[in-house]
Ligand binder design. Structure first.
Ligand code: ADP
Ligand code: ASP
Ligand code: MG
Length: 306
């Protein structure tokens, strides 16, 4: 089993989801089974936060923002899916959007959006993305299954930055996932409170962590984090033009870099893969031939080497 994660920019629109599907098709021809974890379409989590902020002060501009979200989802689905596949999921998408609309009108009515409510609202981003990608993979003949991670990733009730209960989570994943012949398409970022079942989120950028949680539970041979840069670079390439890819690094180094602001990897991601010694590769969706960065226990050189 190989676990892969694709971030927001990699799944930003229909064209990019096709790119992702090409990568998955190629991987599936070589691997027994895949678990692919996806973020929401790029910008969607921020869009849902803004919508909630507006609803919370009963600013009716929230309705337009909500419409931006539902239009984005409808646009991606209609550009990605053929007529038959689209017709099959439209009722689900509509129902899902009705729930979100009702939720937000409740927020506007009482002018209150708790962290608990916000987590539930944010979950619509990842759920719509994974649901649509799954349908597309099925429509091109791949055996895939949609996974709502809330059924598997069990957490405490720290809404907004929930802590994972690994004992229960590992059990839930291992009891359900088959090793072979399937591509699971799972939602990143979200889980559920072990006691109440309410939706939780793992912190901004948390889809990397979701992928590491699945990788550890499934003893994945490798974890691949697919993003918009060719690995972990010496600095943020948006700020430092001469930044270059670091070929390999230890788990400790990766953890240090992410703690000190390398957004490419959400810091909590490292622990589950380090504990299971799962090599983790950061790859570029837009330049899949680049080797990227390999994070593992025995890198050839380290920044600390004399
Ligand atoms: P994704 O949506 O795929 O999770 P993110 O935006 O969270 O992607 O992370 C990728 C971004 O991290 C890059 O586009 C880059 O601007 C930024 N970044 C910051 N520091 C680094 C670094 N040291 N190496 C690589 N990328 C970095
Ligand atoms: N969609 C979530 C966020 O924007 C999680 C992620 O992208 O990893 O924070
Ligand atoms: Mg990220």
């Amino acid at each position: 089993m190989l676990v892969l994660k694709f971030g927001g920019t990699s799944v930003a629109n229909a064209e990019r989801l096709k790119l992702v599907s090409d990568i998955l098709k190629e991987k599936f021809s070589k691997e027994k089974g895949l678990c692919v974890v996806v973020s929401a379409f790029s910008g969607v989590t921020d869009m849902l936060i803004q919508t909630t902020d507006l609803a919370e002060i009963n600013d009716q501009a929230y309705v337009k923002r909500l419409d931006d979200f539902t239009s984005k989802v409808a646009d991606v689905a209609s550009k990605l899916l053929d007529k038959k596949a689209l017709a099959e999921i439209i009722p689900d998408l509509n129902e899902n959007h009705t729930v979100l609309k009702n939720l937000l009108s409740g927020v506007a009515l009482i002018q209150e959006a708790s962290k608990k409510t916000r987590d539930y609202i944010l979950s619509f981003g990842e759920r719509n993305c994974a649901f649509i990608l799954n349908k597309y993979l099925q429509s091109i003949g791949l055996p895939s299954e949609y996974i709502d991670a809330r059924k598997f990733i069990k957490t405490d009730d720290t809404f907004g930055a929930a802590r994972v209960n690994f004992l229960t989570t590992n059990k839930e994943v291992q009891n359900y996932f088959k090793e072979e012949g399937i591509i699971y398409v799972a939602t990143g970022f979200i889980g559920s409170d072990i006691t109440s079942g309410r939706t939780t989120t793992l912190g901004r950028g948390g889809s990397d962590y979701s992928a590491a949680i699945f990788a550890a539970a499934l003893s994945s041979k490798e974890l691949e984090i697919w993003t918009d840069v060719s690995g972990v670079l010496t600095s943020d390439p948006r700020k430092v033009k001469k930044a270059y890819t670091i070929d390999e690094m230890s788990y400790a180094e990766a953890m240090e870099m992410s703690h000190f602001g390398a957004k490419v990897l959400y810091a909590p991601t490292i622990r589950p893969v380090k504990e299971k010694n799962i090599p983790t590769r950061i790859k570029n969706t837009f330049s899949p031939g680049d080797p990227g960065t390999l994070i593992h226990s025995n890198p050839k050189t380290t920044d600390n080497a004399i």
